[in-house]
Design a protein around this ligand. Structure first.
Ligand SMILES: [Zn+2]
Length: 148
């Protein structure tokens, strides 16, 4: 219990000290919310949304507030700052739950299905399991563009 409390407080202190890390961590928490939203969507509809409409499928029905779909490092006036891996588009709930896909990034800093490395040459990723990761260079199968 105490360790959990410390784990929550420490990143908050670090965020206050370093604005850039703070922006990266609120970006990762947005991505975590997106993966939770996707899990809820899949539970309700027994499938993932198609690639063409995944953003409107998840927001605003499964995500509260436009700040949660906007990376703090994204200076453009786009509503969305995140991309979705096409591997996950329009698949059944059964396929979504397969272990092979657990190691594939679900959402990431990007747009459409393209990665944008906004955090000092890196991008944040979230997996269907809710694990987030910061990577320099996209995993296999994903294309990267430099910056917004
Ligand atoms: Zn970001």
């Amino acid at each position: 219990m105490l360790l959990a409390a410390i784990a929550v407080v420490v990143p908050t202190i670090q965020s206050a000290r370093d604005g850039r890390h703070g922006r990266a961590s609120s970006c990762r928490s947005n991505l975590l919310m997106l993966s939770t939203a996707m899990a809820e969507y899949v539970r309700q509809w027994d499938a993932t949304p198609p690639l063409a409409t995944w953003e409107s499928a998840l927001y605003p029905d499964y995500i509260d507030g436009p700040e949660h779909i906007k990376c703090p490092q994204d200076r453009t006036d786009h509503l969305w700052s995140y991309g979705m891996n096409p591997e996950f588009a329009g698949i059944t709930a059964e396929a979504y739950g397969q272990p092979e896909l657990a190691d594939e990034p679900l959402f990431f800093d990007g747009r459409g299905s393209v990665v944008i490395e906004r955090h000092s040459g890196c991008a944040n990723y979230v997996y269907p399991t809710g694990i987030t990761e910061v990577l320099a260079g996209p995993p296999a199968g994903l294309r990267v563009v430099e910056h917004d």
